[in-house]
Design a protein around this ligand. Structure first.
Ligand SMILES: [Zn+2]
Length: 280
């Protein structure tokens, strides 16, 4: 059996500051640390590569319900309506960490020429056939993209799974057009609900499923808008826009949907947020 965890970090995995401290321990017995310098929270020690590889080999379930697919499609439409404000001319797009392909399909219908990437080759092979799409897999740094430069790199709920997000953002620099944009969507660890639960847990009032909101089954980094902005700046990007990203409901009445997206989600720190950035 491979080791489940790496050696413990003694510095922040993003900004390398040594000023880190134990912040929480969740019900899965994972320890969460926080960086005083950039505000990032991270699993420490973190899962080993061998453990993660085994986990991701079974990550994409072939059994998605229609309801889940409809919800993913609605999320994609919402994300692309934001992207459209910064990149209205549709060109080449890379869906990095494309999962089951719903976001890529939505992008293609909107006019993007989509390529995809995900880590597990067995999964991406069947997806490439199903969608008739250029999809790459394996070690991202080994992929030869030729002369291709993307106008949009789309990373929806992927960065929080990476051990070295700065390395990935640096490699995006080489394949993103100078006037291209980077979309990143992640859960918000500073969401009002998570902060309230953390408070109750630290006071000993909430005793079950401690730190469930970390989703440490598969998430190893825990961002808020400040720490993701810092990561992007350190990786050579300028943030153009940040907003809360609500989960739209496909069958919700349009008035409620509008209120939810435009009022509720701008008033409080929602469960997820998105950032649009460009190369400096
Ligand atoms: Zn840091």
């Amino acid at each position: 059996m491979p080791e489940k965890y790496d050696k413990k970090y003694d510095a922040c995995p993003v900004c390398h500051s040594a000023s880190i401290y134990h912040y929480h321990s969740d019900f899965r017995s994972n320890d969460i640390y926080k960086c005083n310098s950039c505000g990032l929270q991270f699993m420490n020690p973190v899962y080993s590569d061998a453990y993660l590889e085994k986990y991701y080999a079974g990550y994409i379930s072939p059994e998605y319900t229609q309801k889940t697919l409809d919800e993913q499609y609605e999320v994609a439409k919402q994300n692309f309506s934001v992207i459209n404000r910064f990149k209205s001319k549709k060109g080449k797009m890379l869906d990095f960490g494309m999962g089951n392909g719903t976001y890529a399909q939505c992008a293609r219908e909107l006019g993007w020429q989509v390529s995809g990437y995900d880590v597990d080759c067995a999964t991406t092979e069947s997806l490439a056939k199903k969608l008739d799409m250029d999809i790459r897999c394996g070690n991202f740094d080994d992929i030869d993209w030729g002369d291709t430069r993307f106008d949009l790199i789309y990373a929806h709920h992927v960065i929080e799974h990476l051990k070295d997000p700065m390395q990935r953002l640096n490699s995006f620099q080489n394949i993103l057009n100078d006037d291209g944009v980077l979309y990143i969507g992640v859960p918000n660890i500073s969401a009002w609900g998570s902060r309230f639960k953390y408070f109750l847990e630290k006071c000993g009032i909430k005793k079950s499923k401690i730190g469930k909101y970390y989703d440490s089954e598969h998430h190893i980094l825990y961002f808020n808008p400040r720490s993701l902005t810092k990561l992007l700046e350190l990786s050579g990007y300028k943030v153009l826009y940040t907003c809360n990203a609500s989960k739209p409901k496909p069958y919700q009445n349009p008035v409620l949907k509008f209120l939810r997206q435009n009022i509720k989600e701008k008033m409080s720190a929602g469960v997820a947020f998105l950032i649009i950035a460009e190369k400096i």
